[in-house]
Design a protein around this ligand. Structure first.
Ligand SMILES: O=C(O)c1ccc[n+]([C@@H]2O[C@H](COP(=O)([O-])O)[C@@H](O)[C@H]2O)c1
Ligand SMILES: Cc1cc2nc[nH]c2cc1C
Length: 350
């Protein structure tokens, strides 16, 4: 589907299904509220699916969208750009953290080249959807044209459609792109109007001098382009990245199919803001997997009204935090399927 038809397919959560889930939660053999955040999560997932209980999130699929960034030339990351392509090869070989975590959680890993600068060999399971070999330097000119941003969003929509057609009942966001925490920070500032200082973090781990410079780069980019949050495609094009745009499409694609999408770290959180700007009801499909150590992630999740399931101080990306949260999401749903009621188990109520 196109961006427009996907946005048009996104509907609000189903209130009767949510009421049924709340009512069932109240009858299960446990004190009300004793499962904490899992209870409202189960209610939200019933509302998304449109019936109670919603299906277990199995099988689950994480898509790792990879791209490069012209702003890397401004020395906002200590890592060489070719690490993006090298890590793509590592994902495909099964040797990255996300692969190990996915084996642990039972998720399938899909890798998508949406904008890697280094040419990658076709085959070995890679989805080739390269829109251009890295963005332009957004300190100089818009990172992307509107057409390029749209092509990346629609590539993400297609990946979501393909994974669901292949049987996925839950989608998870992943990203890889050296320097991509800089456009993530600018996107979050653009959509939330938070200050550059509040949204900029240390990414892969940068020293104080590089951090101060990174804040200045984010501020300069916002000042130069004045992105309009009411025009999400324009924001993605001027101050975004190809994996950010593709992730926005991926999240919209999940929401349009009423499939939950577990949001990973700061890159996915910035894309989630774009998705919500295209279609506010898309938030109903989003589950915040974890609280990334990047400050912008917390700003973005608060803006979306989402509270993260895990808080482990992680800041890797790749989908690693989303994959770790998958068993928690599965447990929240399994309660609705398997836990006895006070009546059925003969347990006295207070
Ligand atoms: O997921 C996160 O919150 C996260 C936080 C910090 C870094 N990363 C990953 O690190 C890379 C970007 O870091 P940087 O410092 O090069 O902008 C990119 O590949 C991201 O997946 C990811
Ligand atoms: C080694 C490495 C692995 C990563 N995974 C996600 N971002 C990354 C950045 C680096 C540098």
């Amino acid at each position: 589907m196109t961006l427009e038809t996907t946005v048009a397919a996104i509907r609000p959560a189903d209130e009767p299904a949510m009421a049924a889930a709340r009512e069932l939660q109240a009858r299960l053999t446990k004190p009300a509220g004793s499962l904490g955040d899992l209870e409202p999560l189960s209610v939200r997932l019933a509302g998304l699916f449109g019936a109670c209980p919603p299906p277990l999130p199995e099988p689950a699929a994480v898509a790792v969208f990879a791209g490069d960034h012209g702003v890397h030339a401004q020395r906002v990351s200590p890592w060489p750009q070719e690490v993006t392509a090298q890590m793509v090869a590592n994902f495909l070989a099964g040797g990255a953290v996300v692969n190990a975590f996915a084996r642990q959680s039972g998720a399938a890993v899909t890798v998508v080249d949406v904008g890697v600068a280094t040419p990658l060999p076709a085959g070995s399971g890679l989805i080739s959807a390269n829109v251009r070999r890295g963005t332009r330097d957004m300190t100089v000119e818009p990172a992307l044209t509107r057409d390029e941003a749209r092509a990346a969003v629609e590539a993400g929509i297609r990946v979501a459609e393909r994974l669901v057609a292949d049987g996925a009942k839950c989608l998870l966001t992943g990203d890889m792109g050296i320097a991509n925490t800089t456009p993530a920070a600018t996107l979050i500032a653009a959509f939330t109007e938070a200050s550059p200082e509040a949204v900029t973090g240390r990414g892969t781990g940068i020293d104080n001098a590089m951090y101060d410079h990174k804040v200045e780069v984010v501020a300069a980019v916002l000042e130069k382009h004045e992105p309009d949050p009411a025009d999400p495609l324009g924001v993605l094009a001027t101050v975004g990245g190809l994996e950010h745009a593709a992730l926005a499409g991926f999240i919209l694609g999940a929401a349009a199919q009423r499939v939950p999408v577990i949001i990973d770290g700061v890159i996915a959180a910035s894309a989630a803001l774009a998705a919500a700007a295209f279609a506010p009801d898309a938030v109903a499909a989003m589950v915040a997997g974890h609280r990334s150590a990047e400050p912008g992630a917390s700003v973005a999740l608060a803006h979306l009204g989402l509270s993260p399931l895990l808080d482990l101080g992680m800041r890797l990306g790749e989908g690693s935090g989303a994959v770790l949260a998958l068993p928690v999401v599965a447990a929240a749903v399994r309660v609705l399927h398997e836990v006895a009621t006070f009546d059925s188990a003969g347990v006295s109520e207070k």
